[in-house]
Design a protein around this ligand. Structure first.
Ligand code: GLC
Length: 707
């Protein structure tokens, strides 16, 4: 190995290899390492990329879906036909699947199961690597989301910081489980989900305290879990664009969290500094972003201006060296120099993807209403009506991010495809009734659907949002059922038949009128390529719903923000004072943590005992119903006497228990004061105050304890 350059020696420490390679690089080679570009068509239609030819000096390629052989061929050019042979890192938006699409992240969060998330992410990452050679997964989106108008809530894990943090860790572990040569990319850093008015790409104004309490913790959890890449976000945060926010990218990320990896800007974000009122000058854009700590420029080409700026002495080359060192560190740590090619397909962690997809869809469904025990429907039904625009539409299962959806449709079935499997021999009356848009459908179509349904023993109304009504730049100001669907439902209601709504959506919706016009309401979200079959498994009682809402459903849009963990009002303890609206019932229609079952659960004997390093809480959960079921116990902490007023409730843990009818089990929680009872101030310093605390189990029972 004597004449092998030190950076090519895997036995040497990464830092030594980085330093050796950096010393050998030309200015141009450094600038190119800080660029990420697509080759040919960008699989993400939201990215208006302008430069699509291949340059082997690129630091990274994104959104390539040309297959492993083509990817390896490009990589071979980079490895063998360039002076230093630096591997490209290949990024892709594998948000909830690649060709096999699983439930959206907001649905996944309904299962309150880190294992479910890790399984989905690991198998999705393996498929993406096997199909087109992905090294870098542009996920998880670990933003806490509190505004359902924002289309991207569908790719989040919801409104609670603890749950988002736990599932972020699981997602990072999932990518690492897929391959040691792959990394997750935490996005979008930071505060993008608070985009003004729930519109996309707008400014955010978030107090430092809220950043510390709510928005930063999931990213810190992801960094600690080993994510090697972070994507800076589109938004300005309190007037400073995130892509050039030194406080975020340097002081917190490097100074506090000691993040060793690299930061890539979101697509075109560096060039968008012009739109945001910073500057139209490319060199100023590049210099500001780079010096704030944004290492890599996605798609915009602005970083190419750095070369001239260094040559003409306007910026120090050392600035580039820092960023290039971050990029090279990740490439060395992922083993890309030793394994630049996808040599052979990885084994899937799950032996059967369809079973994983089915199990995921079953566990993520949330039963919102079930009057007169309409569900599960009785066996032996002979006349069934299936109505609504979601009954035969593929998009409602794959959602807005299935960027390779054309391949996914090969696998995805619809309710209409699957119904006869679950109701063999029954007479199925199918009619669409209306579309997803107001102009799609008319009174005649509704009348025809009602007429067809009138002869049935039960009506299934498949309603909701079309898959492209949520996701990036898919914000909505109205959160009712789109189009004429409510008219259709009201007309069906008049038949007097048992009426079950199967609801597909990428976000919380305002469902008061829907709930008033049905007997049962089963939320399926956008639940993946086996989502239709899962819906029928649940409806027929072969499986029992167990999901709990990870995000509150407002009664009306005017109620937003209606997330559960808000600080108390100044009259929250006083009777007769209206701290809510005079024209609306109190609280969201379906709060965080809501979810019914086909059985029922009793909670009792909650007790909290002091332990050596904190407390141990336990509660006994009993299945008091007639069917087996799984219950998620959600532990909420109340801190009613704090220097910095705390949210009335905040989740500090969750546990699951599967119980047969009549069975009871104890569910416990270990409480560590520094982790669970301390809280941050606006600088991030954590404060632990002695005093009274309240622990609440699933809003069913609670007990006080003192530190
Ligand atoms: C998009 C999204 C981001 C995605 C990136 C690459 O605009 O904001 O989430 O990872 O570009 O496609």
């Amino acid at each position: 190995m004597k004449d092998t350059p030190r950076y090519k020696n895997p036995a040497l420490p990464v830092q030594e290899r980085v330093n050796d390679l950096l010393a050998r690089m030309t200015l141009h080679e450094k600038v190119m390492q800080l660029n990420q570009r697509p080759i040919g068509e960008d699989s993400n239609p939201n990215n208006a990329s302008t430069w699509t030819e291949f340059d082997p000096l690129l630091g990274s390629v994104l959104s390539f879906f040309g297959g492993v052989d083509a990817r390896n061929a490009y990589q071979r050019v980079a490895m063998e036909q360039t002076r230093l042979g630096i591997p490209i890192i290949w990024g892709f938006d594998v948000i909830y699947g690649y060709k096999h699409i699983f439930p959206i992240p907001l649905a996944q969060a309904s299962a309150f199961s880190p294992k479910l998330v890790q399984d989905i992410v690991a198998n999705s990452a393996v498929e993406a690597r096997n199909e087109t050679g992905v090294d870098l997964v542009f996920a998880p989106m670990c933003e806490v989301c509190r505004d359902p108008r924002w289309g991207r809530v569908m790719e989040s894990y919801g409104e609670d910081t603890w749950l988002v943090s736990k599932l972020t860790e699981a997602s990072v572990r999932g990518v690492a489980q897929a391959s040691p040569n792959m990394s997750a990319c935490l996005k979008h850093f930071c505060g993008y989900s608070a985009s003004m008015g729930g519109r996309d790409y707008h400014a955010t104004e978030i107090p430092d305290l809220a950043m510390r309490e709510t928005y930063l913790p999931p990213f810190e959890a992801g960094v600690k879990a080993g994510a090697k890449v972070i994507m800076s976000s589109f938004n300005t945060l309190n007037g400073i664009p995130a892509v050039r926010h030194r406080g975020l990218l340097n002081d917190i990320l490097r100074g506090e969290w000691h993040f060793p990896g690299f930061v890539v800007a979101d697509c075109l974000a560096v060039a968008q500094l012009q739109d945001q009122g910073f500057t139209a000058d490319a060199e100023k854009q590049a210099t500001a972003a780079l010096s704030a700590g944004n290492d890599m420029d996605m798609v915009s080409l602005v970083y190419l201006a750095l070369e001239k700026a260094v040559q003409e002495g306007r910026i120090q080359e050392a600035l580039l060296d820092t960023a290039v060192a971050h990029v090279l560190t990740v490439k060395f740590e992922l083993g890309l120099f030793e394994h630049p090619y996808i040599e052979e397909p990885l084994p899937f962690p799950a032996p059967d993807l369809a079973k994983l997809a089915m199990d995921s869809a079953l566990k993520t469904a949330v039963l919102l209403e079930n009057r007169h025990e309409t569900l599960p429907v009785p066996p032996g039904l002979r006349k069934i009506a299936l109505v609504g625009p979601a009954a035969a539409d593929c998009s409602v299962y794959i959602g807005g991010w299935a960027v390779v959806a054309k391949a996914t449709r090969e696998y995805t079935t619809t309710l209409r495809d699957e119904i006869s499997t679950y109701f063999p021999g029954a007479d199925i009356a199918y009619s669409r009734g209306c579309g997803f848009l107001a102009e799609d459908g008319d009174d005649e179509a509704i009348a025809a659907a009602v007429q067809a349904a009138a002869k049935s023993e039960v009506i299934f109304a498949a309603l909701g949002e079309r898959g492209n009504m949520s996701g990036e730049y898919r914000s909505r100001a109205n959160l009712g059922l789109p189009g004429r669907q409510l008219k259709l439902l009201e007309a069906l209601r008049k038949t007097g038949k048992p009426l079950v709504v199967l609801l597909f959506t990428g976000r919380p919706l305002c469902l008061q009128e829907v709930a008033d016009n049905c007997d049962a309401l089963l939320l399926l979200w956008e639940n993946g390529f086996r989502g239709a079959a899962a819906a029928w498994e649940l409806v027929t009682g072969k499986a029992t719903p167990s999901g709990k809402l990870p995000m509150s459903f407002p009664r009306v849009v005017g109620q937003i923000p209606c997330h559960y963990n808000q600080r108390p009002s100044c009259r929250s303890l006083k009777e007769n004072f209206q701290a809510e609206y005079i024209d609306l019932e109190e609280g969201p229609q379906y709060p965080f943590g809501h979810g019914l079952s086909y059985t029922a659960f009793g909670y009792d004997d909650l007790h909290i005992a002091k332990t050596g390093d904190g407390f141990r809480a336990e509660v006994t959960v009993t299945n008091t119903g007639k069917r087996p079921g799984q219950e998620t116990v959600i532990w909420y902490l109340g801190d009613p006497e704090a220097d910095i007023v705390q949210p009335q409730w905040k989740v500090i843990g969750a546990g699951q228990v599967a119980l047969a009818p009549g069975e009871k089990q104890t569910v416990g929680l270990d409480i560590l004061p520094d982790r669970d009872l301390a809280y941050p101030d606006a600088t991030g310093r954590r404060q632990l105050e002695p005093g009274r605390f309240i622990l609440n189990a699933s809003r069913r029972c609670q007990a006080e304890f003192w530190l």
